[in-house]
Design a protein around this ligand. Structure first.
Ligand code: UDP
Ligand code: MG
Length: 320
């Protein structure tokens, strides 16, 4: 079904009607300037606005446009994964729909790819138009992740990147459910290189990554590339019980040799609070891992596609 082409551009979108026309225009212009064949793979991640309709309209007369229409919102990382599953190009580029990642950079990526690199990722040297909290939390996250894992995951790098066909095929063999795509690409290996850029402001619309989703993505990143949090729980538990034992000796000695023991109520309460708090945190960390194990054992498909639209009216239900 998929026609061979040189480049596949994956554009995940979730309620992006305000920007999608401009995105389409700019990406199209950049890709047209390569003089080679390409496809624009829009993945509609359950948008409730006109995004999908707009792409379907473009697909009617532009045969490079293809729309993978999800049955509901499955999330950004899964949308990218679906794009990789459908991509037919020799090189596959992932780019956000909101033009925060300048499409013109794709040409630099292609140049690097032609030099022989199999992964070209774009590292942000500066991010504009984002809140100070977002910049700080993102920067913290990349550093914590880097410190806690053996996989060499580059800092300050999002999913904006070019991957070779070989890398794309390897990615398709990774079935995990709570996906952190940029980490998986690093894990796969191959010759990787970076190009640097300044991240622009979102052209229009607002971020689809509120705090809750950012937290989920961070937890996916850390839990799927490191079990240090589990070890940390163990270490903390050990330190606390040694501390607790020493304090207990102190209590016993003062109970035997002094008559001041009844006054200990505040210390008991505070110790209980601290210890119970730690126990709950440890249980929470365990829960994060067990929940993910549960997700894997259910072995549900990653996403459900409602329809695939292409100019030759090749639409039909496809389930992955
Ligand atoms: N996105 C998606 N599904 C979602 C959330 C986001 O496909 O559930 C897309 C979104 O349309 C955009 C990209 O993922 O193309 C990045 O999202 P966003 O720009 O909101 O994230 P931010 O840049 O603020 O981190
Ligand atoms: Mg964005």
């Amino acid at each position: 079904m998929a026609q061979k082409c040189r480049y596949s551009i994956i554009i995940p979108m979730y309620n992006e009607e305000a920007v999608i026309e401009e995105t389409y225009r700019r990406v199209k212009k950049v890709m047209g300037s390569t003089g080679e064949t390409y496809e624009l793979l829009f993945v509609n991640d359950g948008s409730v606005d006109r995004s999908a309709q707009m792409i379907r309209d473009y697909a009617r007369w532009d045969e490079s446009v293809k729309l993978i229409d999800f049955a509901r919102n499955f999330g950004h990382q899964i949308a990218i994964t679906a794009g990789m599953d459908y991509a037919a190009g020799d090189a596959v580029v992932i780019i956000d729909a909101d033009l925060q990642d300048p499409p013109e950079l794709i040409l630099d990526m292609i140049a690097k790819w032609k030099e022989g690199y199999e992964v070209v990722y774009a590292r942000r040297t500066r991010r504009s138009g984002e809140t100070r909290f977002k910049k700080w939390s993102a920067s913290m996250f990349y550093r914590v992740l880097r410190a806690s894992t053996d996989t060499d995951i580059p800092v300050d790098t999002g999913d904006f990147r070019l991957i070779d066909r070989k890398v794309c095929d390897e990615m398709k063999r990774l079935p995990e459910k709570n996906r952190f795509v940029r980490g998986l690409v690093s894990w796969v290996g191959f010759r990787q290189t970076a190009i640097e850029y300044e991240r622009d402001e979102r052209l229009a619309g607002e971020t689809k990554y509120p705090l809750k989703r950012m937290l989920k993505l961070s937890l996916d990143g850390i839990t799927s590339f490191s079990y240090k949090p589990l070890k940390l729980a163990g270490y903390l538990g050990a330190i606390l019980s040694v501390g607790g034992f020493i304090y207990m000796l102190n209590v016993i000695i003062s109970a035997i040799f002094t008559d001041s023991t009844i006054k200990g109520w505040p210390s008991i309460v505070s110790i209980m609070l601290i210890f119970n708090g730690f126990i709950l945190i440890m249980l929470g960390i365990l829960g994060e891992y067990i929940g993910r194990i549960y997700d894997e054992t259910k072995a549900r498909p990653l996403y459900i596609v409602r329809d695939v639209y292409q100019s030759e009216s090749q639409s039909g239900q496809v389930r992955m």
